[in-house]
Design a protein around this ligand. Sequence first.
Ligand SMILES: NC(=O)C1=CN([C@@H]2O[C@H](COP(=O)(O)OP(=O)(O)OC[C@H]3O[C@@H](n4cnc5c(N)ncnc54)[C@H](OP(=O)(O)O)[C@@H]3O)[C@@H](O)[C@H]2O)C=CC1
Ligand SMILES: CC(=O)C(=O)O
Ligand SMILES: [Mg+2]
Length: 761
Amino acid sequence: MFHYVGIAMTEKSNVEFSEREALFFHATGRPGKIEIIASKPMATQRDLSLAYSPGVAVPVRAIAEDPATAYDYTAKGNLVAVISNGTAILGLGNLGALASKPVMEGKAVLFKRFADVDSIDIELKTEDVDRFIDAVELMEPSFGGINLEDIKAPECFVIETTLKERMNIPVFHDDQHGTAIIAAAGVINAALLTGRDMKDMKVVVNGAGAASISCTELIKALGVPNENVIMCDSKGVIYQGRTEGMNQWKSAHAVKTDARTLTEAVKGADVFLGLSVAGAMSQDMVKSMAANPIIFAMANPDPEILPPDAHAVRPDAIVATGRSDFPNQVNNVLGFPFIFRGALDVRATGINEAMKLAAAKAIADLAREQVPEEVAKAYGRSHSFGPDYIIPAPFDPRLMEVVPAAVAQAAMDTGVAQKPIADMAAYRDSLKARLNPTTSVLTSAYELAKANPKRVVFAEAEEEVVLRAAIQFRELGYGIPVLVGRDHVRDKLKELGVRDPDSFELHNSVNSPLVPEMVDLLYARLQRRGYLRRDCERMVNRDRNIFGSLLVKMGVADAMISGVTRPYGQTLREVKRVMDPAAGRTPFGIHVMVTKDKTVFLADTTVHERPSASELADIAEGTVAVARRMGHDPRVAFLSYSNFGNPPGAFLDNVRDAVKLLDQRDVDFEYEGEMTPDAALNPTVMKNYPFSRLSGPANVLVMPGLQSANISAKLLRELGGTSMIGPVLVGMEKSVQIATMSSNASELLTLAVLAAGGIAL
Ligand SMILES: NC(=O)C1=CN([C@@H]2O[C@H](COP(=O)(O)OP(=O)(O)OC[C@H]3O[C@@H](n4cnc5c(N)ncnc54)[C@H](OP(=O)(O)O)[C@@H]3O)[C@@H](O)[C@H]2O)C=CC1
Ligand SMILES: CC(=O)C(=O)O
Ligand SMILES: [Mg+2]
């Protein structure tokens, strides 16, 4: 018997799957969700000698002499154990250590996916607190941190406190503190939206276990008075004097109240925090809450009440759950990967209150900022701060930038950082680069753009994706966006969360005083190419690429970006009506292909169908200049299907002649060809050609024609897990970047930065 887990209602879950699918997902391919891969080559005898006996003895002795070097010679510093005994698996209860393994594997892969923390799950078959503590303590040498998970209260409190005392690496019970941090961030924002002050809020917490106790402590630390919080457990309200089912952690939150049931407690409450079991809250209870109630039904996988059921009786409620398929996911996944990232990076001895509060504040602040387009897309709905978006979504890449940095700073401020970070700005950049290899490739472009902010025309500002890129371009300090579009672009800016849309420079050909001068200029250029004055008037008035290019030509702006509304070739033709190639240059396109450890520049991927020998030589020189501006030492390979004339073929001449031309030009970079991609990139194959002038694998690949160039770039991306920057257009008199029609905002932003930073000239 298989059921559908998604919920079919008007305000429905946006993810539906059957139990069969969930099992299939876990069983297909390699069973489970985790595997281990080597971070060093294990290909040759020499590799084995270094990695294992005898080479491994060297780091062994070094660590024995100085234990701190374990962080240099082993994976310890980036390795976190996710440890459970399965006594409180999500909200499913005590189902044992083995049954907890899918959740623990899941947590381990979330560590990797969201914060590049390596992690392994460990399930311990014991409910004996002392045996559990001893087992974990003995593992200290292996790990940089310990993430305790799904261990029930009150045992979890004793386990965590004791391990923290005994171990010198961070020990963190995620269900307590991870949950509390995220819930606190959500409460901060929900209070802000509903105009509430912490000190006046009446809160009911359902559940008195690991998650509830810690959440309650944190919201009290944020200013909610002790007497304003009523906690309930499976026996009802925890009131002063109650004896049944109590423990010291519950007693600390017992209050004087006549309420004895959740139904009584929740009457008139401002906030409900559910950390108990599915369905614990009824619609009648929701009805009885104060105006604009805040309801966090966080039990997993099924919440205390489903959002549609709560909204059916109280449309004014702000509702959050622990699930990713409804708006407002208040789940510790938003916290633990990033908190450990920050703690590991400063080699913190523990995760203290200041670090937790810093994380909560960073997460809350982030939700109030404009949401990047890729995040909105990943979730299939647009986000802006409001009742349906009080907390960032886990896929938001900005979490990785801000949360670890906030945690690391707090660790340094409170003296628990053994390896403080000297340059916080550089650390933030390195965080971005950890998840996205293109970030580090673009560092010099970002810096160049920021150092000398330029005015960049966004020619298609009526497109939302372009406006998002323009907003980020300005907010991140890369330059001044000059928008081209009709007046309603300002309304769109407002919809996207810009508070001061009038501060954006907007040019509309319908009312621009620049139009007469533009028409004169264009007519002067085109009159001997068969265009009448009225043709030029029409183009200036109607064609955004002509209008935008003219803004650059006239010096109103320095560069331009376009391309999402028309095919590449058409946009380029329009731009060329206004602008010329740079003196003596051949315009062409580059795709920069980036993997974790390699960056390769591929050209010409956009302009010349069958480049001549001299065009190929120009393309090589132009690409070398771009590669150098991006911080690379270029080595050029002219690619073909043959190596140095073997096998011979009719199409080889241009490529061979291009190499000869470079010989005559006396250039200052390494180049070679014609050659096959393996001879250009693979050191073993390269050895077959000892006369080759390349001192190492090539990183600038000049392709023989447009077909092979463009197809290679896209194949690499689709099959090879390679990130791609571009196409980058170079060789025009001013930097104009033409995106592809499917570009997203971050791709457009990258091109705008390349244009502004003078990289793509
Ligand atoms: N969204 C998120 O990020 C997270 C959500 N959670 C969820 O919180 C819940 C609790 O987890 P955790 O604290 O680790 O587990 P614990 O076992 O430590 O605590 C469970 C608590 O729930 C109480 N409880 C059980 N049934 C009811 C009921 N009908 N009414 C009121 N209280 C009840 C128990 O009461 P008693 O003490 O009387 O036994 C106990 O206090 C789970 O559903 C879990 O999925 C947990 C962590 C993170
Ligand atoms: C999310 C989580 O950790 C839990 O529900 O237990
Ligand atoms: Mg948990």
